[in-house]
Design a protein around this ligand. Sequence first.
Ligand code: ME8
Length: 529
Amino acid sequence: MFSKALARVPRRWVSTSNKPWYITTPIFYPNAIPHIGHLYSLVTADIFARYQTLKNPSRPVCFVTGTDEHGLKIQKAALDKGLFPKEFCDAISQQFRKLANEADVNFTKFIRTSEEAHYTSVEHIWRQLDRLGLIYKGSYSGWYSITDECFYTEGQVLHIAEDGNSPARTISKETGATVEYSSETNYMFRLSEFREALLQHYTSNPNSVVPQSHHARLVSLLQSPLEDISISRPRSRLSWGIPVPNDSEHTVYVWFDALISYLTGIGYPWPDSGMSKGWPVDMQVIGKDIVRFHTIYLPAVLLALGLPLQRQILAHAHWTSSQKKMSKSLGNTTDPFQAIEEFGIDSIRYYLAKVGGRFQDDVGQYWSHVQLAKHDKELQTILGNLFMRITSPAITSRMAPASSDIHNETFVPLLQASKALPSLVSSHMDRANVADALEAVVDVLKLANKCLTDAVPWKSSPEVARASYDSCLEALRVSGICLQPFIPRVAAELLDALGVSSAERSWNHGHTGSLGNVVSGVRLFRSKS
Ligand code: ME8
């Protein structure tokens, strides 16, 4: 039987192992084709993954993303299209994979929960929890939302009376999704046993959930008792899912199945003799709508299994459209493939990171074609035009030969800002602030543009032309290195044009690297369609 001693955070977890750095995105429901919100989670995780590789090139990165294919929502969507769920998922899952590829997202594993390996992993965990006495059969009466794939208590729903336009209905207070009443026999997980251990974990690890507001809410929530949760649905209702081991009358609840994908994604169940090569996950990027599942349900299961908890959960805000969360069910989505085709992926990544990279709240995070075009233009101006201007014959043909004696006061602040840039970007990234990290690079590029305009090197002395050239190229080199996580294609084109060798592109080279043969007149952004 389960002993409460199990629900404690073992001390050994405090030590850090020399394992790959592991990051995940949510696994997405393939009930409809992906939209900008999904691209945003993918790009956000990719920025952190690329940054890690640049900071620590010898440490491998595991990056798991994928699709969450079971459950009533998918079962229903497939039925509406007259397809078998697996066939339906095959097609749409492929779209998510395609999006990740088109967005230059460097995932190392794309998991599908319909894979056999995942069934094995879920069954393995179910049996272990059962053996520990953490699963029992109970009767569940309450509300269920197919849209949210979530159980709600009476206190979490709102009953709306019939009016002239719509019939009476009941909705979730939190999401507004329609819920339906069900009374059924389910398997339950003893979540209630884990409240104290979770509270202890979160109070002693204040950075385990960011932004801080989510951490504070969680700690406050954990002051009150947790109820046990239902982890199965009757097979008669839900046939598309993993059968409960030894009881084929029941299907594993889709969230229980989905959360385990983070373990399956790096080869769980791994041999008893050792831990996996990636666990614990270092960062989980999720939308703020699914914080509870990742900060309470998954950690409780991990505690039960004696596995270390996730190191950090980054809960981002939502992109809105027509003042509502952009979502498949509301039909207010933007097609990311079209946006990529029109602007090129780097401009989209730039816009997503700059506007959505503080992860605070939805205010201002509305998707706008006009804003996207503005950001695209800004990037071309501050980066593309700067490179064209500084390498143009108007400057290069008249500048004095390279010499360490040439100094020009106009460029001192730029050289200082370039030197300080990698550390400044790092300090923002370490606080999970992608927008300010990117903004710091933008500031240096704007300063370079301003210095150039002030110094008018195409009209000034050969020494001024030389000083402009050297300092702007150094600013571009350092910026190019720092931009790699955010806009990898353009950053690579820039570093190529500057002749920076591939061995000199890691974060350390921001301080110590050098230029090679600079190619003049390269139009950056040429890879855009
Ligand atoms: O919840 N703005 O899948 P999902 C920003 N399968 N991000 C958004 C967004 C928006 N408007 N809409 C979606 C599920 N997202 C489960 C997850 S994980 C074990 C299972 C992003 O397809 C956001 O990260 O409904 C959200 O959490 C994620 O897509 C999943 O959306």
